[in-house]
Write a protein that binds this ligand. Structure first.
Ligand code: NAD
Length: 256
């Protein structure tokens, strides 16, 4: 379905980004993986995707905390038809104790990078009359929790940016939307489970149900495959008129 389309996925050497790259390449897209590191294993991830799905796949190192790197990523890739802004980090502290450098870093990586990559990618999309911008926001782009001020401000910003870009590209064959995942079982989340088991004196299943997924009514994690599948849907003809909106993949979290 996506043969002939080139997709850039920021922050895609693990977790959701890698899952999105897997599903886009399975659908036939050329994929560009990215993170700020430049290790042999990063390039090997791209080679493996390309081999398994019979598509072109490359890894391009670029630091999404730096505007020039964001724009250089798009240029080095030779532009893209599908842009998935996924790179993101988290830091937890009360707002009056939140370190300024952490605030700045989160806003830069989780929000400002999407401004730079989108600005750099749009002219070529307009020239072709087709483009898809998919921003990986969060349930925290629609709702809040304590101690995550920078992350929640950035994710609400991503939702606002998505709506604005949708309005500026409407009728041009380009759509821009935000996917809002609830808790997704990525390696990052998996690594928190043993600590939570210790802190709460609970077994794995109980800590997942009663602590981690307390706000997710399904009491089930979303998966990277589901976020990837939602991205593929947004790139399909069925979603041609879906723009400027959010799609929640959160087990009912934001329905509460
Ligand atoms: P992850 O840590 O596995 O992935 C984050 C990715 O971003 C990694 O590939 C990392 O290398 C990359 N990255 C970090 N800093 C970067 C930088 N400066 N430049 C380039 N790349 C950088 O975590 P994840 O859970 O897969 O998160 C991916 C996205 O999904 C994030 O935006 C996150 O906010 C969002 N999200 C995650 C969840 C969840 O429960 N896991 C829920 C909602 C939203």
């Amino acid at each position: 379905m996506l043969a002939g389309k080139r997709a850039i996925i920021t922050g895609s050497n693990s977790g959701i980004g890698l899952g999105v790259a897997e599903e886009l390449s399975r659908a036939g897209a050329e994929v560009i993986l990215n993170s700020f590191t430049d290790r042999a294993e990063d390039h090997a991830l791209a080679a493996d995707l390309g081999k398994r799905h019979g598509v072109q796949a490359r890894y391009i190192a670029a630091d999404m905390s730096k505007g020039a790197d964001c724009r250089a990523l798009i240029e080095k890739a030779g532009g893209c038809d599908i842009l998935v802004n996924n790179a993101g980090i988290q830091f937890v502290a009360p707002v009056d104790e939140f370190p300024t450098e952490k605030w700045d870093q989160i806003i830069a990586i989780n929000l400002t990078s999407a401004f730079h990559t989108t600005a750099a990618a749009l002219p070529a999309m307009r020239a072709k009359g087709w483009g898809r911008v998919v921003n990986i926001a969060s349930a925290h782009g629609l709702t809040a929790s304590p101690f995550k001020s920078a992350y929640i401000a950035a994710k609400h910003g991503v939702v606002g940016l998505s709506k604005t870009v949708a309005l500026e590209t409407a009728g041009q064959g380009i759509t821009c939307n935000a996917i809002c995942p609830g808790y997704v079982l990525t390696p990052l989340v998996e690594a928190q489970i043993p600590d939570q088991m210790k802190v709460h004196g609970m077994d794995r299943e109980t800590v997942i149900r009663e602590v981690m997924l307390l706000r997710q009514p399904s009491r089930q994690f979303a998966t990277v495959e589901q976020i990837g599948g939602t991205t593929v849907y947004l790139c399909s003809p069925a979603a041609d008129q879906v723009t400027g909106t959010t799609i929640s993949v959160d087990g009912g979290w934001t329905a509460l």
